[in-house]
Design a protein around this ligand. Structure first.
Ligand code: B12
Length: 476
């Protein structure tokens, strides 16, 4: 196959995040014999000039455009990246007749809405490797595309989404991680992404991960993951962030991954962070993670009120979190807790209880996201679409979940000034961060946070929450 595919990384937010999804996709295409070029807009000072230059070289058959984030998911800033994606697609239309295909985790959380808004020709929802290859082959040979799994396309003015197929990850070649300049990302303070599995089988009512990644967990072999680490280490990369929804689900796989890293002698060559669920977690996992180079864990705790946890569809309890905290303290693990405030049924009392318990447990760092980002394919999004929840939606007219304006839900029982209430309860306690606007004092919204970028430029490294934590504690 000789015709060229151009893959464009559009994630230009700072501090940067390496385009691991696009890299996995590109490597799989190359392995199948497709000729692939990449353009990383994250490193271009003038994106229109860069597009023009790239497309004047020769005409590709397909241009793949990554949509990693639809928006920053912050109720208080509500910054959408979709107008930017639409501008890139529009610019491409003026420069090439190539098919424009969208994909990425952001795209996959609401594909129909994103494609309608950007007017791209096609999209791939979910796993990209095999779906994009199948699409490219059909387009090359002028074959019918209408049955291709994961494909989103236009027919007679309507957007059609084909049924998804979540691929068996053991079929994929070991990605070589040479398409993008991961070393340069690390120099700019990024942690390079790497997956140990895909999918999440939990039933959290609000979460986009089962929608974007599938609800069946698919494991990558520890051998393959270690080979990928080795390749990146050989390129001079040492800071990583795992891209699993929750690293410890299932716990046995997490232990196997850590053991494989330790046995390969990589534990002191890499430093990594990850997301974990509060359960299951035990002393053996904590110790293996530390020996395998883990420097910090972000736990999705959401609430410290059992009735609220149950309403959110979480499977852990307040007592589980208490046990977890004892274990983390005993094992001296660096961690933060993510809290999700303002879900259905949240009241001033449940919120006060959560904050009080965080203080009592003396949690190192807790981040508060107020307001639930509503996605069409989640149980919560479906409940809203069915009309069973009418109050608490922002924007208020949000009956037809629009991608132009990110839609949020905030429990009406928190009153008209939830952020004032939260600030009052936190009372400048340095153990708390808040998902506000980037660069705002105490905020942990990383998408274009200038203060965070400056600190990174001065040499700070690690997960962005860990850098912010250290800054907050630094005497001024
Ligand atoms: C790890 C992670 C982080 C880490 C990143 C560290 C790192 N170096 O990777 C950190 C903590 C820094 C982070 C930050 C943010 N994150 Co984040 N993150 C994730 C997470 C868990 C993994 C993303 C990932 O890399 N996946 C692995 C890759 C391989 O998958 P993929 O990108 O989907 O790629 C596959 C397909 O989509 C497809 N594909 C990919 N690109 C393309 C392109 C084309 C053309 C095609 C056809 C196919 C295709 O092929 C790939 C292989 O199959 C996801 C949730 C999740 N489970 O995915 C959230 C997630 C992506 N993050 C999210 C958000 C909101 C953010 C922030 C904006 C939060 C904030 N306000 O600070 C920032 C943005 C920072 C930035 N510059 O982008 C949201 C995005 C939701 C949305 N509405 O778009 C997610 C989905 C979490 C969630 N459930 O809400 N994040």
């Amino acid at each position: 196959m000789t015709q060229k595919i151009l893959l464009i990384n559009t994630n230009v937010a700072r501090p940067p995040v390496s385009p691991v999804g696009l890299e996995y996709l590109g490597e799989a295409l190359i392995e199948a014999g497709v000729s692939v070029r990449v353009l990383d807009l994250s490193f271009e000072s003038d994106w229109t000039v860069a597009l023009r230059k790239e497309l004047s070289r020769d005409e590709p058959l397909v241009v793949g455009v990554s949509v990693r984030n639809t928006d920053d998911c912050s109720f208080y800033s509500r910054k959408s990246f979709l107008p930017w994606i639409r501008d890139v697609v529009t610019e491409l239309r003026g420069l090439t007749t190539a098919y424009v295909v969208l994909g990425g985790v952001g795209f996959s959380v609401m594909p129909e809405l994103v494609i309608r808004m950007t007017k791209a020709d096609f999209g791939v929802a979910g796993d990209g490797e095999e779906a994009m290859l199948a699409l490219v082959r059909c387009l090359m040979n002028d074959e019918d595309i209408s049955d291709l799994p994961n494909l989103v396309y236009w027919r007679d003015g309507s957007v059609i989404r084909n049924p998804r197929v979540d691929i068996d990850l053991s079929r994929l070649p070991i990605p070589r991680r040479r398409l993008f300049d991961n070393r340069r990302y690390e120099e700019l303070g990024a942690m390079v992404g790497i997956e140990t599995k895909r999918g999440c089988s939990q039933h959290c009512i609000f979460c986009a991960d089962p929608v974007a990644k599938g609800s069946r967990v698919r494991l990558r072999s520890p051998f393959v993951v270690v080979e990928e680490f080795k390749d990146l280490i050989a390129q001079g990369v040492s800071w990583f962030h795992l891209c699993d929804s929750e690293f410890n689900l299932p716990m046995g796989h997490a232990k196997h991954i850590c053991q494989a890293i330790i046995e390969a002698g990589l534990g002191d060559k890499i430093r990594w962070y990850c997301y974990c669920s509060p359960t299951p977690f035990d002393g053996e996992l904590a110790s293996l993670m530390k020996r395998a180079g883990c420097l910090g864990v972000n736990f999705g705790v959401d609430s410290l009120c059992d009735e609220q946890l149950s309403r959110l569809g979480r499977s852990h309890s307040v007592s589980d979190v208490g046990q977890l905290v004892n274990l983390l303290k005993g094992q001296r693990i660096n961690y933060m807790f993510d809290l999700l405030v303002g879900g259905p049924g949240e009241t001033e009392d449940t919120l006060k209880t959560t904050i009080k318990r965080i203080k009592e447990l003396d949690i190192h760092l807790a981040g508060i996201a107020a307001g639930i980002r509503v996605y069409p394919g989640t149980p919560f999004g479906k409940a809203i679409a069915s009309g069973s929840i009418k109050e608490g939606l922002y924007p208020a007219k949000a009956n037809a979940l629009s991608p132009w304006e990110p839609v949020f839900y905030l429990s009406p029982y928190l009153g008209s000034d939830a952020s004032g209430l939260i600030s009052e309860l936190l009372a400048h306690d340095l153990r708390f961060l808040f998902l506000g606007s980037p660069s705002q004092e105490g905020s942990y919204n990383y998408a274009d946070d200038e203060v965070l970028c400056r600190v990174i430029e001065e040499g700070a490294r690690g997960a962005y929450w860990d850098i912010i934590r250290q800054q907050k504690r630094r005497p001024t």
